[in-house]
Design a protein around this ligand. Structure first.
Ligand SMILES: NC(=O)c1ccc[n+]([C@@H]2O[C@H](COP(=O)([O-])OP(=O)(O)OC[C@H]3O[C@@H](n4cnc5c(N)ncnc54)[C@H](O)[C@@H]3O)[C@@H](O)[C@H]2O)c1
Length: 498
């Protein structure tokens, strides 16, 4: 049978319990129609754009009834929103819901984080203490480590970590544990959205079977979707609200519910046909970045041999208005996404008998960058007739990127560790990271003073924080290795660039 809806044409198998309709937009439209006409079957014949088949519509109406109550709650801001995992991803998401007028419950198993937030103290750079304190005080944001509150919620966004194991395979333990917890407290008509970056297939092949052990069926009794988080901590131009959000549900109703929920707080929603597609979108984006950074890192190493300034090359290349996107060399990859996510993709590829050679090569090049920086430091010290062993080397910036307080996977830690093993005396300054503890290296950030800079043998800019006093650094350091081109335009003999 053929259904015409606005300008779209859909083919459907038309049996009461075995139908297929294509298009999330279409379901959304049917729902709008249903709500505005009170009932679809009574008014359908008055709608000239529809050619309808009653069994099909009866079937749809049954399903729409199920989702309509939750949709109505979402649209009227009566839905009780839950966010599991209040880290760099979950906390800003929870606050965006609160700002849009929802009552939100944030659940985190870390007692330390729950305690901090309950006292109105944020640990995420883009989240202000005042906001947390105000929302908690007003009772519109509750923070807890008690998962049993899940039974009282309508929608639950899951934002738990997805790291790698020691053998660089996906560590799915957080997603498995959280799914087990959810299973204990879930009930009919709740919407679950997984946000954690993961390999294609996780939502349907790992999460869904665990949740269905409850006896409830995804798409029928509860709704399940995947929506990758694309937040970029420290980015002043893009936040939760204006980064387009991709959503893919296990059924079209699931996609529609997730689309509707996130459209209340986010400007642009991009529905896709399945959770697998949504999972793959995130991995493609981050693999694209990872591979391009590797390419430019390799070009930087080669440019040095040719005596060419790679930074000048990139600046000139990016004047091309199309077909080129600038990526920059650096001391190595850091953070919870770019170094890790592509390995999720290569893992799933291997499982399917396919090797993603680009990812393996990029990982090899990017992972070698800390060693390359150490080589640069060694050569710079050598030209000043000094050795790494016994030299005082001061690291400027240990966060994995500028203006944030996150050291996860930071190349600075690896650089410091290699230098320490070679016998250097290491110190550091990072206004965002008061202390570090990595392998045998524990240290506290030192205030940046001219006395400190003039005492050390070499200062190394690993992270180009905006609030470093670069004039002070240039004026008082004996030797500087700049891995980020933070001193662009300053050409002095004691400055060595990557
Ligand atoms: N950090 C980023 O910039 C970023 C950006 C996009 C996507 N992501 C992805 O989002 C996910 C979360 O990343 P993050 O940076 O927010 O991690 P995070 O470590 O900052 O936060 C995760 C939180 O989840 C909590 N948690 C773990 N298991 C739990 C459980 N069973 N119940 C309740 N709480 C639990 C942890 O205590 C922690 O507070 C990851 O998959 C990551 O790859 C991160």
């Amino acid at each position: 049978m053929i259904l015409k809806c606005k300008s779209l044409v859909f083919c459907s198998f038309c049996y009461p319990c075995n139908y297929r309709v294509q298009g999330t937009y279409y379901l959304g439209y049917l729902y709008e129609f249903y709500v505005s006409h009170g009932s679809m079957s009574s008014s359908i014949s008055n709608e000239p754009a529809f050619f309808y088949c009653k069994p099909l519509f009866n079937c749809l109406i049954l399903d729409l009834n199920k989702m309509s109550e939750l949709l109505e709650k979402i649209k009227t801001k009566k839905a009780k929103i839950g966010v599991i995992g209040l880290g760099y991803v979950g906390l800003p998401l929870a606050l965006e819901f609160v700002r849009s007028g929802y009552c939100v419950t944030g659940i985190d198993k870390s007692k330390e984080r729950v305690e901090s937030l309950s006292k109105g103290k944020s640990y995420v750079i883009d989240v202000r203490d005042e906001d947390i304190a105000q929302f908690v005080e007003k009772g519109i944001l509750s923070i807890t480590d008690d998962t049993s509150v899940l039974s009282d919620l309508d929608t639950i966004s899951i934002c738990v970590p997805t790291p790698l194991t020691k053998t660089k395979d996906p560590d799915m333990s957080y997603i498995i544990n959280v799914s087990q917890e959810v299973k204990r407290y879930m009930h009919k008509d709740q919407l679950f959205i997984l946000e954690s970056t993961t390999y294609p297939g996780t939502t349907e092949e790992l999460v869904q079977p665990i949740l269905e052990e409850s006896g409830l069926k995804a798409g029928k009794d509860f709704f399940l979707a995947f929506s990758p988080e694309r937040i970029d901590p420290g980015n002043k131009g893009y936040s939760v609200k204006n980064i387009p959000k991709v959503v893919g549900g296990v059924t079209e109703q699931c996609t529609e519910l997730a689309r509707c929920l996130y459209s209340q707080i986010i400007e642009t929603i991009v529905p896709v046909s399945s959770p697998k597609v949504a999972e793959m979108v995130k991995l493609l984006e981050n693999t694209f970045r990872n591979v391009n950074i590797a390419l430019v890192n390799e070009i930087a190493i080669m440019a040095e041999r040719l005596g060419i300034d790679v930074w000048e090359v990139i600046d000139a290349a990016k004047t091309k208005p199309f077909g080129f996107m600038s990526f920059y060399p650096g001391p190595g990859l850091g953070g919870h996404c770019i170094p890790i996510d592509p390995l999720y993709l290569s893992w799933v590829a291997k499982k399917n008998g396919f090797e993603l050679r680009f990812i393996a090569l990029a990982d090899q090049i990017n992972s070698a960058m800390p060693e390359f920086v150490v080589e640069k430091i060694t050569d710079a010290l050598n030209s000043a007739e000094k050795s790494v062993k016994g030299s005082n080397i001061h690291i400027l910036g240990v966060a994995y990127k500028k203006d944030i307080n996150d050291v996860r996977e930071s190349p600075a830690l690896e650089i410091m560790n290699i230098l320490r093993l070679k016998g250097a005396k290491i110190s550091y300054t990072d206004p965002y990271i008061p202390e570090i503890d990595y392998h045998a290296l524990t240290a506290r950030s030192k205030p940046l003073t001219k006395e400190l800079l003039s005492k050390v043998d070499c200062s190394v800019i690993v992270t180009d924080h905006s609030n470093f006093n670069y004039d002070l650094i240039v004026s008082h350091s004996k030797l500087i290795v700049d891995t980020r081109n933070a001193l662009k335009g300053i050409n002095k003999k004691h400055i060595v660039r990557l």
